[in-house]
Design a protein around this ligand. Structure first.
Ligand SMILES: Cc1cc2nc3c(=O)[nH]c(=O)nc-3n(C[C@H](O)[C@H](O)[C@H](O)COP(=O)(O)OP(=O)(O)OC[C@H]3O[C@@H](n4cnc5c(N)ncnc54)[C@H](O)[C@@H]3O)c2cc1C
Length: 409
């Protein structure tokens, strides 16, 4: 703690980081202040992109290519937090190292200057980076905006498209492309023996049937092993079955790698994700007191927005309980007695008590254009019209505003 201000640093300013920051600023910090107004709090987001990216709608926005849609999915972080005044700061840069003993992170700002930033609490929300900026931010948001615009232009001229990856992003993109550009021959490589490997076999089969009806060629058990450009600039892909394909547009829809290089290796699991306690989302490694992880970079997550969003309140509650312990100078009970902890702190209400993360299971919604797609809710497959109503019409675009400006909290 520097002076009387308690500093909460959130690294990663997108779906997870922005949601946690709003929740802390709107709910947790006012509640803490109400109980003990001698302490002040400050929240900082460190992230290389000045803009929030509602990536969930990227497969639709890619094919539509409308200026208004770009503005809806890419929104400036500072404006979304303006209402909190000097309780909040945004630093445009990437964390490059962590010193857990000193409780600092090293940040390389976008202007190449480096700076050490102190944290009292640290939230890791750095997500993953996909091969293409179409799906995740690659530094500045303009990279993603340019990729969306350029690829859209290429798609509008294309006769052949190859999509790699049979997960939701690959299936959605294939469906969006073929419904918007019906004359394009789209091929999807599932990379395994079926589509939607993270969902049920039955939903994977339904997705394959739907894509085939739309005219998409579905190929299993073949992966991309290399790519180059032909002399005239076309993507030339080497495939694991020994063949080659030259297409007009290649779209990599395979998953991303976790952005955790800046963290101590002892905090990571074998898959390079941050190892957390599955319920409290506290980081379990050495010297990781008051360090938390949320979203795709964390071990608890199945890399979905549902797992990211439903972790926001549990993470905020862990932060609140740990701050209460710190301010109460070590009178911390065991984790099983967290309820009792709040009894030690005069006036602490139940809104600051520990909440546990519990995953939302059996939800999978995969549109393929506005009127096609497959999905399940609570483990039951739903008819296409319902899928279209819930997600297919707009990919939850209206939520991009309330998630960005905190109204959703
Ligand atoms: C195209 C697409 C569609 C999707 N659709 C759905 C869906 O319909 N339903 C669903 O449940 N899930 C969906 N997902 C998954 C969902 O988007 C992710 O689970 C969610 O974005 C994870 O949030 P996050 O905050 O962990 O990571 P991200 O949203 O990726 O944010 C990570 C942030 O960290 C920043 N960052 C990276 N490295 C550093 C660093 N070193 N220092 C500082 N900042 C850094 C990045 O720039 C970024 O701002 C989709 C994903 C994609 C790609």
């Amino acid at each position: 703690m520097s002076g009387s201000t308690y500093e909460i640093v959130i690294v990663g300013g997108n779906l997870g980081g922005v949601a946690v920051a709003h929740y802390l600023l709107k709910n947790t910090i006012p509640a803490l202040r109400k109980q003990n107004n001698s302490k002040s709090f400050h929240v900082t987001i460190v992230s290389p992109s000045s803009h929030y990216f509602w990536k969930i709608a990227a497969p639709r926005v890619l094919v539509k290519g409308e200026e208004a849609l770009y503005e809806q999915i890419l929104r400036p972080i500072d404006k979304g937090f303006a209402k909190y005044g000097d309780l909040f700061a945004y630093i445009q840069g990437a964390a490059i190292a962590t010193d857990p003993a000193a409780r600092t992170i090293r940040v390389k700002k976008n202007d190449s200057q480096e700076e050490s930033i102190h944290y009292d609490s640290l939230v890791i929300a750095t997500g993953t980076t996909s091969a293409t900026p179409l799906w995740t931010l690659h530094g500045d948001h303009l990279e993603t905006l340019n990729a969306l615009k350029t690829t859209r232009e290429e798609l509008s001229q294309a006769k052949t498209v190859l999509v790699a990856g049979g997960g939701a992003v690959g299936v959605e993109s294939s469906g969006e492309i073929v419904t918007t550009f019906p004359n394009v021959k789209v091929t999807i490589l599932s990379g395994t023996d079926r589509l939607l490997a993270r969902s049920t076999e039955s939903l994977g089969k339904a997705a394959e049937t739907s894509l085939k009806k739309l005219g998409v060629e579905v190929i299993h058990n073949v992966r991309i092993t290399g790519s180059e450009k032909t002399i005239d600039g076309h993507p030339k892909l080497k495939l694991s079955d020994g063949t080659e394909r030259i297409v007009d547009v290649y779209i990599d829809g395979t998953g991303g790698a976790p952005n955790t290089d800046w963290l101590p290796a002892e905090w990571l699991n074998e898959g390079k994700r941050v190892q957390v306690d599955d319920e409290s989302l506290r980081v379990t490694g050495p010297d990781a007191s008051r360090v938390y992880a949320v979203g795709d970079a964390a071990s608890y997550s199945k890399q979905s927005w549902l797992d990211t969003d439903s972790a926001v309140i549990p993470v905020a509650s862990s932060i609140a309980v740990d701050i209460a312990t710190t301010l109460n100078q070590g009178k911390a009970p065991s984790q099983g007695m967290l309820g009792s902890l709040l009894g030690y702190v005069p006036g602490f209400g139940s809104s600051l008590s520990q909440k546990k993360f519990s995953p939302m299971k059996g939800i999978f919604l995969v549109p393929m254009g506005p009127s096609h797609g497959v999905g399940m809710l609570m483990g039951f497959e739903i008819p296409t019209f319902m899928l279209s109503l819930i997600k297919g019409k707009s990919y939850f675009l209206s939520m991009s505003r309330t998630q960005w400006n905190g109204d959703a909290r």
